[in-house]
Design a protein around this ligand. Structure first.
Ligand code: AQP
Length: 342
């Protein structure tokens, strides 16, 4: 079986581990929306099993999962068209992950940058789940035989590992069962950086709320965070080369470009020569214009908790119709007695 024989299918997910932020939106969610259409079947997931690889208060986890679902829908994911659900309602993810835990090698996991960054110097105290995270991520993707995975730049290494797991499984068992998935890391905002430090990515877990724009921030908060964003004293250049060694300036230009569906070159052609005192209000105005409708729709949907739960349950049912036969076939390939009978 070759790659082209698989149904064109997109899978991606976001962790409900805190506030959905502008990096998640521009690097992932906005791309998910762009990929909805006749070309692909689209499967999108709130990866709650990933979230608990670091401590989550149970009440916060449930709230964040629903809020994330509201964020997906408010940003333009249509739950009638796309399959939208939370990971724990589809047990096949965790079941396939166990098989992959037995395919992946310790050395592969130890090389993962996210593991090194998140466990830091305290590896002995980190959860086993955090270490095995990439194996669960490979299962998330391959349980749907997904051919395309839109993600931000930070997930590139995990997608390479997903390909390695698929290749090793296929080789070990002499099959062409799992597709070799294509990462889709495109656009001007594949790595949105912290507003306080242009060398760090914008992240849910940054202790400073001023480092990120949350999708639930109101217009005043967005404007304040952009006004206070770290910059340098120089005017903006007219050419992209002029952003070299200016990480904070580059970040704000890229954010503007991504929000306005432009390239960074097009933005600089318009704003080159401007001081940040002039550019920041333009960026704040654009960010409020683009993000406010999403945050107000999120707030409205959060008032409809039962509806959100229903959407997630229905999405999980649809997801299982794809995942279950793929798990059963995997078990059969591996040699599990009883596989394929349920
Ligand atoms: N700063 C970013 N720029 C572009 N894309 C980003 N993504 C995350 N941060 C940025 C993309 O968002 C998707 C979902 O990410 P996730 O929540 O599953 O995990 P993460 O990458 O670990 O996100 P955070 O916010 O950085 O969480 P913490 O603080 O817990 O580590 C992915 O496609 C990711 O690339």
């Amino acid at each position: 079986m070759t790659e082209t024989q698989f149904t064109p299918r997109v899978f991606s997910g976001i962790q409900p581990s805190g506030n959905l932020h502008l990096g998640n939106y521009l690097g992932a969610l906005k791309r998910f929306v762009d990929m909805q259409g006749p070309e692909f079947q689209t499967v999108y997931c709130m990866v709650d099993l990933h979230a608990i690889t670091t401590w989550q208060d149970p009440k916060d986890l449930a709230h964040s999962t629903r809020e994330l679902c509201a964020g997906f829908i408010a940003a333009g994911i249509d739950p009638e068209h796309s399959i939208l659900f939370n990971q724990s309602q589809v047990p096949e993810h965790a079941q396939l992950a166990w098989v992959f835990n037995c395919v992946a090698r310790m050395g592969w996991m130890q090389r993962m940058t996210q593991w090194k960054d998140k466990a830091g110097k305290n590896q002995q105290n980190a959860s086993l789940g955090l270490f095995a995270y990439p194996s669960l991520m490979a299962a998330d993707i391959l349980i749907y035989h997904a051919t395309h995975v839109p993600v931000g730049d930070d997930q590139k290494q995990h997608l390479e590992l997903t390909r390695d797991i698929a290749i090793k499984f296929n080789n070990d068992f002499g099959v062409d069962f799992f597709p070799i998935t294509e990462p889709v890391i495109e656009g001007t905002a594949t790595r949105v950086m912290s507003l306080r430090d242009g060398s760090k990515k914008m992240s849910k877990s940054d202790t400073s709320d001023m480092s990120r724009i949350n999708m639930t921030d109101d217009a005043d908060a967005i404007a304040k965070k952009i006004r206070k964003a770290k910059t340098d004293p120089d005017a903006l250049p007219s050419e992209i080369d002029g952003l070299e060694d200016r990480p904070e300036a580059r970040n704000l230009v890229n954010i503007y470009a991504a929000l306005n569906d432009q390239t960074a070159e097009q933005v600089l052609a318009d704003v080159g020569g401007k001081q940040f005192g002039d550019f920041k209000p333009m960026l704040a105005e654009l960010a409020v214009e683009k993000l406010s409708p999403i945050s107000s729709e999120m707030a409205r949907l959060m008032g409809e908790e039962a509806e959100i739960d229903q959407i997630l349950a229905r999405g999980a049912e649809r997801a299982r119709t794809i995942a279950s036969p793929i798990l059963q076939k995997t078990y059969e390939i591996v040699g599990m007695v009883g596989a394929g009978k349920s």
